[in-house]
Design a protein around this ligand. Sequence first.
Ligand code: ADP
Ligand code: MG
Length: 339
Amino acid sequence: MHYKQFFYLTFTFQIDPMLQVKNISFSYHQDPVLQQINFTVEKGGTLAIVGESGSGKSTLLKLLYGEFDLNKGQIFWGEDEILGPKFNLITGPEYMKYVAQEFDLMPFTSVSQNIGEYLSNFYLKKKKERIEELIEVVELTPFAKTKVKYLSGGQKQRVALARALAKEPEILLLDEPFSHIDNLKRQSLRRNIFKHLKEQNITCIVATHDKDDIVSFADQMLVLNEGETLAYGTPKELYNKPKYSLVASFFDEFNEFKISEVSDINKFGIVMVYPHEIKLVNNSNLSGVVKKSYFRGNCYLVEVTFNERSVFFNHSSEIAIGKKIHFEIIESVLKTRMP
Ligand code: ADP
Ligand code: MG
């Protein structure tokens, strides 16, 4: 390579910034709320923060936004350190937008005006186009001129999302972003939003407990339990090998079997098995008595009593209560999931 070419490549190639959370800890008062949290998110990547209510998801988003001072650790976006109020007069770096669980909008102005609030009036035509585009993303076109105070909770949440996207942030923090939106709209809205984020290469951190926000859209997921990291990996990794029942519980109903119950291996430990990984067979060492079949739409979730507890599996039809059945666990599942 010619030396000029070398210099060109070395000095003009811009490295995309990355969000780096380095060993942060935080408490509002005495009790620690978050402890030793570490993760990175690449530019354009999506991280889902998952955890039960009170586990610290919202607090973590607020820390990323610089709303509080950390007790320990550091947060960086590229070279830029994100600092709390002790070091910053204005909360929130300009390249970041945060949609809180309690979104605040301007109730007496229209949907369009709310979305355009932060956009400059200098290029009015451009502003108008941008607002129209975002109103379409959140599927509120018929309400463009409606005052926000007349909207439902879910519609307001959609306005808040569009407003956060208006100025093309580099990082978007979303706290339970679809929680107020009814099922009918949720699926398509979720697809629109995540598609938009990918197209614009916006980095997104989303706190959620809805598995549909995670499995198809998050590149990584971080599971919090009482302020500590319980698991961190791709949704696929954590789904296929959940080390803890709390992790499996975000994806689906699941069963826990002792290794000794499902194999000849002489070892202590638990194997987690999802209901669709168990099938009915004519004969096997595993058997149970049907307690109930729950209609699930595309199948039935059948509850059987096995070793004095309930085991759940999916089946295409309802099975009569009291019937004795044999079942087995799909072999590949046992192979991958055996601890
Ligand atoms: P999540 O969003 O996962 O439900 P939060 O981050 O809201 O969890 O809360 C984590 C913990 O911090 C909870 O125990 C909660 O009671 C506490 N907490 C949240 N906000 C405050 C606050 N402003 N002051 C004191 N404690 C708080
Ligand atoms: Mg919360």
